[in-house]
Design a protein. Structure first.
Length: 320
């Protein structure tokens, strides 16, 4: 219950069912305190080695601070994904249920279910493949039905350039904030393709090599890839970048220094509101920073798609 009356906790069909008579402000404060305590305990207990320095530096990045400040439902989804991927790796059925519940509030958690299915399938785990396929099919049907017939909007479409990320929001930001009324979705795709082509010409050997070799890393990568792609394609607030942290730490282990710099720039200048405040982002300097940040982000997407292709292709060839 907010100051102005009942507050909807999400955007999916489950948000119409879940109703709690709680003070939203006091509840948010309590959750933030508990999360803060858990986070401090986590930092105290772990040994931060040089190898893991990038992983833990992301916890100080603007997008993580943005998530902590917003205290959105996404923080619960993020913590759940961390617990599953790093601590309770074999609790597949339990977390399939949890991710199913989350996917009825937000769209992107279904990506975890898809990732679990893909991983089980390429590893020929028949039983787990059937179970995860059942969850994936059931969730997909339920979401599509509610989206088409019950007037649920499962994805927001924010576009303010200083606090958003995703293809849809970037196109709208360029059109509405930077005065390019002619700009269309395919223009952005074309610019990204040109950027990739230039990189390919300059350093073909490095660009095309596989960056993920460890079996544990492959599992993390496969399960999180669908989530990363969903977040990158739609319009999102920048706190959802925390879900890209996992895949970035995996890729970071086997890329060159230029590519590492691209990752650093992307994560530590997004959201841009942390760099130059609540400005509308209309000056040439702000636009240049916005554009550079997005190019770096889409290069990370290129690394994700490239490595996903290699892993799937190797799995198919090995099975044949």
């Amino acid at each position: 219950m907010g100051y102005d009356g009942p507050v909807n906790i999400g955007f999916g069909p489950l948000s119409k069912i879940l109703k709690f008579n709680l003070d939203i402000w006091n509840t948010t404060i309590l959750i933030s305190i508990l999360f803060g305590i858990a986070f401090v305990i986590f930092l105290i207990k772990i040994d931060i080695s040089e190898k893991d320095l990038f992983k833990f530096s992301l916890l100080l990045s603007p997008s993580f601070i943005f998530l902590f400040d917003a205290m959105n439902l996404d923080i619960a989804i993020f913590l759940t994904s961390i617990i599953y991927l790093y601590f309770l790796k074999n609790w597949n059925f339990t977390f399939l249920i949890i991710f199913s519940l989350f996917s009825m509030l937000k769209l992107y958690p279904i990506g975890f279910i898809l990732g679990i299915f893909i991983y089980n399938f390429i590893n020929k785990n028949l039983k787990d493949s059937i179970i995860s396929a059942g969850f994936l099919l059931g969730n997909s049907i339920y979401i599509i039905y509610n989206y088409l017939f019950n007037d649920f909007s499962l994805t927001q479409k924010p576009f303010t350039p200083v606090r958003t990320y995703g293809l849809q929001s970037d196109v709208q930001a360029i059109k509405r904030f930077y005065g390019f009324e002619f700009f269309r979705f395919y223009h952005l795709i074309l610019l990204i393709m040109i950027f990739y082509f230039v990189l390919f010409v300059l350093n073909r050997k490095t660009i095309l090599k596989k960056n993920i070799k460890n079996n544990t890393d492959i599992k993390l990568f496969i399960i999180t890839t669908p989530v990363v792609l969903v977040i990158s394609l739609f319009a999102n607030y920048s706190y959802k970048l925390v879900f890209i942290f996992i895949i970035a730490t995996v890729i970071h282990k086997n890329i060159n220094n230029i590519e590492k710099t691209i990752l650093y720039f992307f994560f530590f200048t997004n959201p841009l509101i942390m760099i130059y405040g609540i400005s509308g982002g209309v000056s040439i300097i702000e636009f240049s920073l916005f554009f550079a940040n997005r190019i770096c982000g889409y290069y990370l997407n290129f690394l994700v798609i490239k490595n996903f292709y290699y892993i799937i292709n190797e799995s198919i060839n090995k099975n044949n």
